[in-house]
Design a binder for this molecule. Structure first.
Ligand SMILES: NC(=O)c1ccc[n+]([C@@H]2O[C@H](COP(=O)([O-])OP(=O)(O)OC[C@H]3O[C@@H](n4cnc5c(N)ncnc54)[C@H](OP(=O)(O)O)[C@@H]3O)[C@@H](O)[C@H]2O)c1
Length: 261
């Protein structure tokens, strides 16, 4: 659909990428209903907010009710949590909250919105995944698992709904310059030579994806190549991550007194 015809429910609208997306959508003439846990000031014409937590049942109900009232015909799932670090350093609570926010919440919200979207002559659902949902990087086992799950969900749902009015799409950014990447993740990216994009680049790619109605879009050519190669011959890429591992082991916290031999 043309962005100007979109009545958008946008989760993650208060984040770095979400803010760029909502500004691009508003400029293109869309109406936007933004979702965030944090309270937001009333925006420019065309922008409304619902304050809700996508990981709670009450939050999902509030979002679904607001989407119904606004007759949403485009849903962009951009809410998400980072999960950087070697697996042994992640807490159980962090593992659960990343999987909840990045995977369970978009699945449950999609399920809640689907009956309404199926009534529209035409509707679209865009999942914001990640290049790391297809390229398994050291230090991103948890985050990559959450996004790989989301990619799998989007692909199966796209095929499940192919005969109806709802089109399912996936946008997979690579590293993007927002607060999502803390100082450690930024240092890791620098050590590994990972390139990054501005949130505006991601927002422009989203507008193009919506208007093209194509199934998926990966941002960045080295990442697109790695996705292709990794898809066909996954073990070929296994030798490519020495710099990443070197950064992670150099960043190990010093052992406690009692742990030293
Ligand atoms: N930045 C990157 O390098 C990068 C690369 C590839 C993909 N992505 C993906 O792009 C999306 C946006 O990332 P970003 O860089 O914009 O991150 P960000 O600046 O940290 O923003 C995260 C957004 O998610 C929302 N959010 C998190 N947990 C929530 C919850 N439980 N309920 C409701 N909203 C919640 C936050 O809203 P409140 O805190 O206001 O509630 C905020 O709007 C994420 O899905 C991320 O995985 C990011």
């Amino acid at each position: 659909m043309k962005a100007a015809q979109a009545r958008v429910l946008l989760t993650g609208a208060s984040g770095g990428i979400g803010q760029a997306i909502r500004e691009a959508l508003l400029r293109a003439g869309a109406q936007v209903l933004g979702v965030s846990r944090s309270p937001q000031r009333a925006g420019p014409p065309g922008l409304r907010w619902v304050q809700a937590d996508v990981t709670s049942s009450a939050g999902l109900e509030a979002i679904a009710a607001a989407a119904r009232a606004g007759q949403a015909n485009l849903v962009v799932h951009a809410a998400g949590l980072p999960g950087f670090g070697p697996l042994q350093r992640l807490s159980q609570a962090q593992i659960q909250s990343v999987l909840q926010a990045n995977l369970a919440a978009p699945i449950l919200l999609t399920q809640a919105l689907l009956p309404e979207l199926m009534q529209r002559p035409k509707a679209q659902i865009v999942f914001v995944g990640s290049a790391l949902g297809r390229i398994g990087l050291p230090g991103f086992s948890l985050y990559g698992a959450s996004k790989a799950g989301l990619h799998g969900f989007a692909e199966a749902l796209r095929r499940e709904l192919a005969d109806g009015p709802v089109r399912v799409q996936l946008l997979a950014p690579r590293s993007t310059r927002t607060a999502f990447n803390d100082a450690q993740a930024q240092a890791y990216n620098k050590a590994a030579g990972t390139q990054s994009d501005s949130p505006q680049t991601v927002a422009q790619a989203l507008i193009e994806l919506i208007e093209s109605e194509s199934s998926e879009r990966y941002i960045g050519w080295p990442e697109r190549l790695a996705v292709r190669l990794g898809g066909a011959f996954p073990v070929w890429l296994d030798g490519s991550f020495k710099a990443h591992r070197r950064y992670l082991s150099a960043d190990e916290p010093p052992a406690e007194e009692g742990e030293r031999s």
